[in-house]
Structure formats: structure tokens, C-alpha cells
Design a protein around this ligand. Structure first.
Ligand SMILES: [Zn+2]
Length: 323
């Protein structure tokens, strides 16, 4: 069954996070990202794919270049507001030298091969029809040694296992097929996603089990400070069991050939960074790259196939809608 696209054009995703209703999940996800970013030099270009309204922007604002990418133009407009507000309130926060907003399909990312230093993607995978295609796309756009932080919804979580053994659901959390939550969400067995990562050529570095106590009676009974302490300890402790409803994985793009790897490392040592976004964009219709997209006022046109795209006041709409 194909997933219906979530309609973030008419729904303000900020509402989902408002009033601190999901303060515990927000804390848990940030904690995981900080653990995975530890010791990573925040330089070069990062893309947040499925960035939503930019909730996590302040976890990576100190990169040199930031690309906010989402399918929803509405989400991107909100992200721009959230980011402006963040810098207004945090005058001393480091600003990226360049910040871009791109509306695009995550399964067909309009970015050239081997150009990004890091990709982060949180709460996107469960909306995609082909997580495998998305992971392959990320592998393609990352530089050698580029890093990918990916979050996905885990169907084989403790709550689902308990429900299954208590007879409250017939859907086995152990089977390999995805678990549908309504028409717009799909949760996965960790072994399937880890298999896609491996077959894409990315090398798994670390895995964290996240939001481990997202069980309503625990969330109401335990004090927030106890809950956050337990979460912090359990992310690593539970990583081998993978029982959390959310799994974070860190993987790195490595060449399979050691000799090539050493040469590429020298070649990619920060020298090939782009000056203008048009240098790294790819036409989503014909796949042409290398300054083929000409941005002129409100129109972006492909010099190769002639297809036209829109530029909404700095938000590049590169969704290939006729497909
Ligand atoms: Zn084209």
C-alpha cells in the first residue's frame, strides 16, 4: 500500500510540538543528536532532510552552510521564521555563512553527488514510500567520510512487544514487513533499515535507542528530571536491544577500496566546497547538474531540459510534480 503524503501545507506542524506536550521526546531526540555529533567537527555543509519547521536547527546552526530541505513549502516558510526568531533571541549564536531552503522529494534529492559533509534526518522515514531509495540518495550526495544521522520509527519497540504478548494486537512486532499507522505513517523493523544502510555502502558507526520511556503511564507518573536521567542512561544501554520507539543511527560514507579512499581523502580535504548553491543543484526532471539550473527572480529554469520551477522568495521549489 502506497502511503498518502502527509499534508503539511495546510497543517502547521509546530502545533504537534506546542505546549511542551512532547517535551520528553524533544529532549530525547536532542540528547541523541548531541551524542552522535560529539567529536564531529561542525564544518562544511549539512542538510536537514525532512527539516519540518526547523525544530532542530539549533543543534547544527554552527556548520558553515546549512540546507533546510522538506517537501512542504509551508514547513520551510515556518522554518525560516523559527530560524530568524532563534537568531533574534540568541544574538551570540554562530550563524552559518549560507542558509538555503529547498522544497524537494527525499527519494529524488536535487543535489549533486559527493558534496555534503553531513545529512541529518529525523521523523521523515516513516512518511516515505521507499526508505531504501532515500538512503541510497543520501549515500550518493555525501562526500567521502561524510556522515549521516538518521532517525526511524521502530515497530519492534517494547510497547508493541508487550501489546502483542498481552493479546492486545495481532500484528507481530517481530515480522519484517512495515507496520502501518493510519495512511501516512509506516514503522520499520530495525534489521530492515540496517540492511538498507549496509547495502547502500554506508558504514554503521553507532546506534542509539531513543524515547525509551514513551509510555503514557511512565510519562505521567515520573518527574521530568527523573525521566530525562533515565532516558540519557538508557539510550546507550538499550542500544543493543533496540527497544525504543525511535532509533537513531550514525553511518559514514566509506570507499570499499582502501587505495581510492586515501587518495579521495586528500582530494576532498575541504578544497571542493561550492560557492553558490546553483553549483550543487541537480534538475529533478532531467538529472542535469553543474550550473544547469538558472535562478532568475521567481523562476528557476533548467538549461538542459527547459523545465521551470519556482522560487518563492528564496525557497527553491524543486519538486518534480508532473511525475
Ligand atoms: Zn532539466
Amino acid at each position: 500500500m502506497e502511503l498518502r503524503k502527509s499534508d503539511y501545507e495546510s497543517y502547521d506542524y509546530r502545533k504537534f510540538w506546542q505546549d511542551n506536550k512532547r517535551g520528553y521526546e524533544d529532549f530525547s531526540e536532542r540528547k541523541a543528536i548531541r551524542k552522535l555529533l560529539k567529536n564531529f567537527e561542525k564544518k562544511g555543509t549539512i542538510a536537514d532532510i525532512g527539516c519540518g519547521f526547523g525544530r532542530l536547527f539549533n543543534e547544527y546552526n554552527d556548520f558553515d552552510r546549512v540546507i533546510m530541505l522538506d517537501y512542504s513549502v509551508n514547513n520551510l516558510k515556518n522554518a525560516r521564521e523559527v530560524i530568524n526568531d532563534f537568531f533574534f533571541k540568541n544574538k551570540s549564536a554562530k550563524k552559518p555563512n549560507s542558509l538555503y531552503f529547498i522544497a524537494a522529494d527525499a527519494e529524488r534529492i536535487p543535489i549533486k553527488n559527493d558534496v555534503l559533509d553531513m545529512v541529518i534526518s529525523v521523523r521523515l522515514m516513516h512518511h516515505l514510500n521507499s526508505p531504501e531509495r532515500f538512503i541510497n540518495e543520501v549515500q550518493r550526495i555525501l562526500k567521502e567520510d561524510g556522515c549521516f544521522i538518521l532517525e526511524f520509527a521502530n515497530k519492534r519497540n517494547l510497547k508493541n512487544i508487550l501489546k502483542f504478548f498481552l493479546g492486545r494486537t495481532k500484528k507481530s512486532p517481530f515480522s519484517s514487513e512495515p507496520l502501518y499507522i493510519g495512511e501516512t505513517i509506516r514503522d520499520y523493523h530495525p534489521k530492515i533499515i540496517l540492511r538498507y544502510i549496509k547495502s547502500s555502502g554506508l558504514k554503521l558507526i553507532k546506534l542509539l535507542s531513543v524515547s525509551n520511556f514513551r509510555i503514557s503511564f511512565l510519562k505521567t507518573k515520573l518527574k521530568p528530571c527523573i525521566l530525562t536521567k533515565l532516558e540519557s542512561i538508557s539510550q546507550v544501554l538499550f542500544s543493543s536491544l533496540k527497544l525504543g520507539p525511535s532509533i537513531f543511527v550514525k553511518s559514514v560514507k566509506k570507499s570499499s577500496n582502501l587505495f581510492t579512499e586515501s587518495i579521495d581523502y586528500v582530494k576532498n580535504n575541504g578544497s571542493e566546497d561550492f560557492l553558490d548553491i546553483s553549483e550543487i543543484l541537480v534538475c529533478p526532471a532531467c538529472g542535469s547538474s553543474g550550473n544547469c539550473l538558472i535562478i532568475s527572480g521567481e523562476v528557476i529554469s533548467c538549461g538542459s531540459c527547459g523545465k521551470k520551477f519556482k522560487n518563492f522568495d528564496g525557497i527553491y521549489d524543486l519538486r518534480n510534480k508532473s511525475e
